[in-house]
Design a protein around this ligand. Sequence first.
Ligand code: OAD
Length: 250
Amino acid sequence: MDNPDQLKEAAKLVQDSRRILVITGAGISAEAGLPTYRGVGGLYNDGRTHEGMAIEDALSGETFEERPDLTWRYLTQIEAACRGTRPSRAHQILAELERSSEVVILTQNVDGLHTLAGSTNVIDIHGDYRDLRCTGCGATQRVEDYAGLQVPPRCEKCQGVIRPEVVLFGEMLPMRKLDKLAQESRKGFDLYLSIGTSSLFPYIAGPMLYAANNGKPTIEINPVETTISPFMRFRFAQKAGEVLEQLTRR
Ligand code: OAD
């Protein structure tokens, strides 16, 4: 690490913080072997599907209504990339941080790895791909993976098309999870930590920028600069696991 003083100062902050908001994105799961959406090895790097459609359109709520087979084709690719993965060291360190602080994790990841690592207060704002729901009768089920699923899968009871409980492009965020985030935010945080996200969405960049504007301590861990980088008190341009290891070393 080329910034030992900054690391020391930030580690002291982590140690002294009673309540911490941690915002995570695909970068934290990259260390568990998952591809990110954008950047090096990103799933959306080509930008277009075989059908010549933008990947964001193929994975949109609108396309799902009209061509669920098409959306499901890309959902199965994402699931295949996630299958069999285990939490990274970074996921584990965040779970262990609960021993000394109250930790709320706001994640965009649909891979369930924070919970698997043992974190108990996770707001998975984009859902979890293992949770399925029938668009016809509303029946829900949890699956381990998508192996053996017909595409698009249909409900045994009503033949309705089944979908994963994830937020597709153009869809609203789940109100229940937004409420939970608002409730946690009202209690306040002593430290705001952003890890492995390109911070493209306002509800992800927002809490970090709010904190920065209000003089609260902020830390960003991302090898690449993002839109929030210039406003962060501490910025570490290294990998999540390496930095977290240093920040939580007593
Ligand atoms: P992105 O793929 O946009 O960004 C991943 C970020 O992680 C990039 O900024 C990388 O530089 C960084 N990164 C890569 N490896 C890292 C490492 N080892 N340690 C730390 N950072 C690393 O992923 P998200 O920001 O999560 O939404 O994307 C947000 C949303 O875009 C996803 O949830 C998904 C997608 O569209 C939906 O599907 C609704």
